[in-house]
Every structure is written in C-alpha cells, then in structure tokens.
Design a protein around this ligand. Sequence first.
Ligand code: GLU
Length: 451
Amino acid sequence: MAVSDHVDLATFMEGVKKRNPGQTEFIQAVHEVAQDIFEFMSDKVEYHEAQILRRIAEPDRVVSFRVCWEDDNHNIRVQRGWRVQNNNAIGPYKGGIRFHPSVTESVLKFLAFEQTFKNSLTGLPMGGGKGGANFNPRGKSDSEVMRFCQSFMSELYRHIGPNTDVPAGDIGVGGREIGYMFGQYKRLTNRWEGVLTGKGQEYGGSQMRPEATGYGAVYFLQNMLKHQGNDVEGQSAVISGSGNVATHAAEKITQLGGKVLTMSDSGGFIHDPDGIDQEKIDWVKHLKNVKRGRISEYADEFKGATYHEGERPWGVECDLALPCATQNELNEDEAKSLVSNGCKGVSEGANMPTTLEGVKVFHDAKILYGPGKAANAGGVAVSGLEMSQNSERISWNQERLGDMLTDLMEGIHEKCVEYGDDGDGYVDYVKGANIAGFKKVADAMLAFGVV
Ligand code: GLU
C-alpha cells in the first residue's frame, strides 16, 4: 500500500466534509476524534496505510426507510426511519434508537460513530450502531405509539438480530417503546431472542439497565474526583434533562451526599436551592414516565423552586455539572460561565452535549471533563451484560449487576488515564477515551485485512 496515501488532519477533514455535505453533527463528532487520533497515529504507519480512521468514519451501511402509521383520527402519517450500522469489527452493531423530531441522518451517523468508540471502551464485544425516526412521541396516545413502534419494527426486523445488530433505547424510546418493538419482532420472526436491550424484567431485561447510564455517569465523575483526591460528598450539582439518564444521575449524586440543584427539559429548567432529594426525584420520574408532563410543573409542586422558561441551567453556581439532555446543549459561553462560577468537574450523561468550543474552554481551564463516550458508557455496558444474560438464558441480580457496573466504569476511567495523562498530572479524558476506544477497533480491523 502506498505511503503517499498519508494525509494531514486538515486534508482528512476536508474529505469528510466533502463526502458528508451538510451533516454538521457527524462532521463535528469525527473532527473531535480525528484531532486526537492523528496525533496518536503520527508514528504508526500501519494505521495510515490501512486507512483505518477513514474506514471507521464511513458507516458500514445506512438503512433508510419509510414508516407509515395511522393516528387516532385515522390520518395516515409518514415518517422516516434509519439504522446506521457504523462498525462491527469487535462485535455485533449495538446502540440505541431515538424517536425525536430533530432526528436526521447526520445526527444518527454522529451517534453511531461515537457509539463505536464508547462500546469499545467498555471492553465488551460490541460494535457501534444507532437508529431512530423523526417521530415525536410527545402528545401521542399509547395506541399511536404502539402502532408507530410496530410499523418501525416491520422494516427494522430484517436488518437486526442477536448476532447482527442489537438496538436499545435512547431519547424518546424507553421501556414502553422497547416492549412494543420487541413484541412486533417476536411476532414477525416467531423467535424469542435477545435482539433488543432495555427490555422489561419479565421478558429478559437486565435489572440495572434503567439506572445504568445515569449511575455510570456519576461513577465516572467519582473516579475522576478520586484521582484528584476529591469526592462527590458535600458538592452541589447542576443537571440538565429530566429523563432516564438525568433522574438516575440525580439519584446517585444524592445517594453519595451531593446536592442536586437543577433539572430541565426542552421548555426550560427548574432551580431548587433546597436540593432535589430522593422524594422529589421520584416525583419527577412519575411526572415524566407516567403522567408524561413537563418539568415546569415541578415549580408548582415544590415551593422554593423556580422555573426558567426557555433557559438552560449552566448559569447556576455549582461544583459539578452533568449535561444529561442532548447534543450541543452546552456552548462556549455557558462553559465559560460554569468555569467562572467555580465548577470543578463535568461528566456527560448525554452524547456530545458540549460543543467543540465549549470543550476547549474546559480543557484550557484544566477542570475535570468526562466526555459522553466514556462517562455515559455505563448504559450500553449494562446492555452488553443483558446480551450475555439472554445468550446464557440466566438472570443476574441487582447487586451483582451493580458491582459489575461499578467495575466497568472504573475500568473505563483507567483506560482514559492510561492514554490521556499529559504527564504533569492533568488528564485529557477526551484524548484518553478516543485513543483507547480507537485502538481496539483499529487493531481488529488490521487483523481482517482489506474488507
Ligand atoms: N442509547 C444509549 C447510548 O447512547 C444506550 C445504547 C445501548 O444500550 O445499546 O449509549
């Protein structure tokens, strides 16, 4: 192979932009990884020659399909569904399904790309994928959601399988949606198999899966703080989001003696200076999962709390910040405001919630910053354990799974330190996660030759 194929970072990114016009989120995610990987590869000619990064940044395939369904008023509705199968070098494609009006091919390609590195970091045999549809579950009846999920699965089922591709939940896809999709898969194939994770306890779900992403993000933060001789106890935390990840992150911060000050949704955020304790967290869980209400209702329920419409919580003074809502929800100015207010650590429960400029602010200030692909890997890690349990037809208890999650997050933290320690005590967790995640996938790809 020709050594002249070596290109520099700028030329590589030019190519990515040219091949993926208008896909800003995907280009952003590749750029963030490529910066670190080019530095790492500078003396590794074999990766350049085999064009490994170029191949990882080109999904194995993108399946796009029409999803027709009938609403309660008998209108025929048409949505677009996708499954992006990014890379299966180290295991079956694995990653969630997102139902949200903002879903585009670019968003799913960025998520599948990130997932490839995240899944590698867990140490479990899982490749990277992601799927979803531009369907808005908000305001839809249960039967509308069921009909949509069934229609979505009527196409998706032919592309997935326990050894091929194992989807799970993400924004807009929780236990209810997984149940409807699993039921439809089973009906179409006449097979009960571990084709989805995040299933209910009654039908093969893992006991820790709902908690895993949020708890994991706090364990990662705890590991970062411990590495500096610090702890969560007594620290205040600002959290965005109010879904599965945010509520469980809040729960773990509270259990560890921290004080959670905020939660949010796309309408705005609530600030509760008294702290959002377990009772209030349970109330939020009920509001979101059962009543399917809005976070603004929190301020009516709990006196002392205020609702800030149309705003994000990053201006609230805090020691720790956990963005647990969605991509690009924390920009440069907001990062500056967190730093100047004394924030010491950021752990991302969401995928790519901080913009590239925001990340630079955290790095320049040398505060602890755990990127999503490391910090929120606990969710997919427990999905990996659910896959193992389904294959073995066994069920592990909550205590065992809890211990495994703690160990997995400690292992991810160690890998980040191994590749991200800059030598003078500061750990660049982005660099550590990118290199550790990349290396395993890249070495597997080298073993396969040109495929
Ligand atoms: N959607 C989650 C993530 O971003 C979980 C994926 C999974 O469990 O497969 O990692």
